[in-house]
Design a protein around this ligand. Sequence first.
Ligand SMILES: [Zn+2]
Length: 277
Amino acid sequence: MPSIRSEAILLRAVDYGETDRIVHLLTDSGGRLTAIAKAARRSHRRFPGTLDVFNHLRIEGRQKPRASMALLEKATLVDPFLGLRRDPARYALASFLVEMLDRLAPEGLVGNDAERLFEYAVGSLRLIARVAPSPSLRVMLELRGLDALGLRPELGRCVRCGRVAGDDIAHDHRVHFHVADGGIVCTACSLRLDGLVPVELGTLRSLAAGLASPADQVDRITLSPRMLAQAARLVFRFQRFHVGVELRSERFLDEVLPIQPSDGGTSVVREAPAAAP
Ligand SMILES: [Zn+2]
């Protein structure tokens, strides 16, 4: 049986049978991994209080041939990100991000792709544990998560004709984001297209800055309310198109960290979601 030695973030855990626990992990060497920890609720030596959501772990285990689940033999705690449990907004944002990773992270990722996705997860949880999240940070971390998952929207040029985003291809500093194509389209190419989200060039620049930012400084990017509404709608529609269903943690996140507090939720974001492919 090939052995597993890796660092991992615990995305989800469910009790199984009398004493076992099934865990969904994101590892730094292989993407998503589902594993069973036998007698986990009894063995404080092999699993000393470690199999809880968000925990950064060092794991050892085995992958049985043709088995759907790996066998988790040992887990030690690297970082519990205690700050995430400090208030509802942090907890909700972290829950949302790990649920998105649990849904979309591929199994069997290798090399740079696995490392990049893992670094995104650790960097984001560490940041949310350290700073109180704003609606801007919520949108930026969601966008960076999609990017780390290999779903990077094209924000710099028209996906139809390739022209670079600028005033010459915009109308009133505004272009459209085409959800199904995963990128912006210029005014000329947007005619007769459905599923368009209007977005200003300044908002696109802010989103690009959010993607380019070092992980520990994403909280420094703050969007004006108007740009935030545009950015949130774009990222939400793009995310929903790829996830296909509403994430369970999304409503709670809307309650405790709304994009626009004045209207009591993200109705501005949620109108007419795109259908799944
Ligand atoms: Zn075009």
